[in-house]
Design a protein around this ligand. Sequence first.
Ligand code: F58
Length: 775
Amino acid sequence: MGKDPEHAKFFDWRMALSHAIRDRIVDRWVASTRRTYEQDGKRVYYLSMEFLIGRLLEDGIVNLGLVEEVGETLRTFGIDYRSVLEDEPDAALGNGGLGRLAACFLDSLSTIGCPAMGYGIRYENGLFKQSFVDGRQVESPETWLQEPHPWEFGRPEVRFTLGFRGEVTTENGRTVWKPSELLQAEAFDTPIVGWQGRWANTLRLWAGRAVDPFDLDRFNAGDFAAAAEHEALARTISRVLYPEDSNEAGKELRLKQEFFFSAASIRDILRRFEGQHEDLRALPKKVAIQLNDTHPAIAGPELLRILHDERGLSFEEALEITHGCMNYTNHTLLPEALERWDERLFGRLLPRHLQIIDRIDDAHYRANPTRLLSARSDGQVKMGELSFIVANKVNGVSALHTDLMKKTVFKDLHGLHPDRIVNETNGVTPRRWLHSCNPGLSSLITDSIGDGWIADLEQLERLEPFIGKDDWLHRFRAVKAENKVTLCDYIAERHGMRLNPDAMFDIQIKRIHEYKRQHLNILEAIAHWQEIKDTPGGDWVPRVKIFAGKAAQGYHFAKDIIHLINDVAKVVNADAETRDSLQVIFLPNYNVTLAEHLIPAADLSEQISTAGKEASGTGNMKFALNGALTIGTLDGANVEIRERVGEENFFLFGMLADEVMQRRMIHDHAQQAIAADPRLARALEAIRSGTFSPQDPGRYVHIADNLTWSDYFLVCSDFSAYWQAQREADHAYRDPDLWARKAALNVARSGWFSSDRTIRGYMCDIWGAESLLAP
Ligand code: F58
């Protein structure tokens, strides 16, 4: 770093260490890349608008097996290892589940040794930073690239020129698109190293650059701002991540971002293929492209356009090749999140692609003349339908979600193509989400069954015989207790609040959304607080309720839920009568790193979405794997978690997906529920009357009104069952051994939820790809 160690800051130590680790990773990376070229097997390309990576330094150290050595080395300099790690900013290039899943998949692809590449956007500003001012969410820009980022390698030589708008003409019988707005995509590569450094793949992110960055004539004429205008405009394309996580943005810049990274990736894929192969018809044998939801859907028409317009294949042949390469993952059934573009906007930006989409529709209709199921109708381009039609395989992310896809959004298309939809239940990487983040539990497991579980998580089932042994269970309890103390210290230091480490740690961390029902959780907390106040000195099971999560800037109701939780926390935490039994805290700026601190300390995992709404969830898996019991509905992957961990080790409540639909038919379902449950009525009344906002008593009337008069997500209808399940959790927590046994069984039986298993499923059912590592 060019500094005397005496003057070095944590930043300098981190950079020095990162470079030392990076050097070792690069050797593996180059070897893997060489191997991939030599073997010429099928390559997988994972196209995703989001990669929620988090930090990379510890990941590299752990994967290379250098934890001890690094700790030792830093000690000789008198430098604290954890403080160096804590200096790294999170790479927050994603909103939530979809982006984090992509990051877990990269880890698993490298661990398995599947030749693969992630493609995305190098956002200069990732997901916004969240802070609270008087309990209200305030957003500020995230600036992870302001400091040098040691994990990326700029590839200025890898650039593609892309275009928008312009004209479509015919020249010598061929269709030619002449875009009028040009810009370049420049590649930045990050090596992704797998477990034990046996393999490393590449994450390639694209940054926007001007074709003609600097206009000397305008500069010389004194117009300095205009001279750099092209560059500024081109850079806006990779400037920010759209922070909407369940609402389709519908903005022109968003569509441009989607085309920008999809088109650059397709060109890169073709360039690589054509460097090694002659015949484009072999493309599906060598290339599998996975569309992470519909954001990269335009990659289909773009590939088709290049094959047909530029390489001269017939339309039919080009379509067949495209179909043979593309696959699509759906992550949500929420109608407001399904991407649809106004065809005028679409046609203005991508005139040739609109024509191609029409031809895809025609071809599909000719092959399936029963019904006109089109990607373009009612003045809109429907990216879900387009992706379905173009894709070879379409997958859902949990058994329930895949089943609902077949019955709802893709019912008709599924009827035409009954073999196209497959299920690949999500998973999480055990390296980050157990081994690294929970070293205490990781050591206990390794002491008991060896370390084979880290790359073969189903080996955790070998823990079951240990769970019956008292001394083992005590060690297991001690690990959780220690993790809770560590979290208490972390929170005390950063947020000035002391939590009771003996209380049950009840945690809900995820994006704030009405369907995820953080408001159900806080309503129950209010009712519980009221009940404790009725009988002060009662024999309550002490609870700490922890929330974290961001709300989209424009999602006012979600932001009001955050405000309410903060207001409730203020009142409840100040109440001397209840303080020993109930504490509530909302931690700001939820991100991957905060999740790594929270999950190992959890006793109870809140997975309480309205049934049928959460496609899968992956936080639910991380908690179970770290020995938390779930309180949850039969939604998403909760269903499969409960099946595996055993119903007696899961606090189930609430309506099922079909009951939800029926309940909505009752016009006064919420009022009926309120009338039937005095606790609910009283908690709602406290919100309505300003108990938590005495200076502004009307602040939450609209939330109480919403829940009383519309309640689309059935908070009221599920409240009583949720209350009951919470009391069952209290009851179980009173018996520490019983609780520990249940928690340990959750760990032992969650091995199936490894993203290694998920990726093997994709490789076999969807991609037809193979590992290049010796078994
Ligand atoms: C999430 N979707 C699902 N979408 O909600 C979650 O159940 C699932 O576990 C996860 O995907 C992984 O499969 C999700 O995160 C988004 O963030 C989109 C971002 C762009 C706009 C629309 C939603």
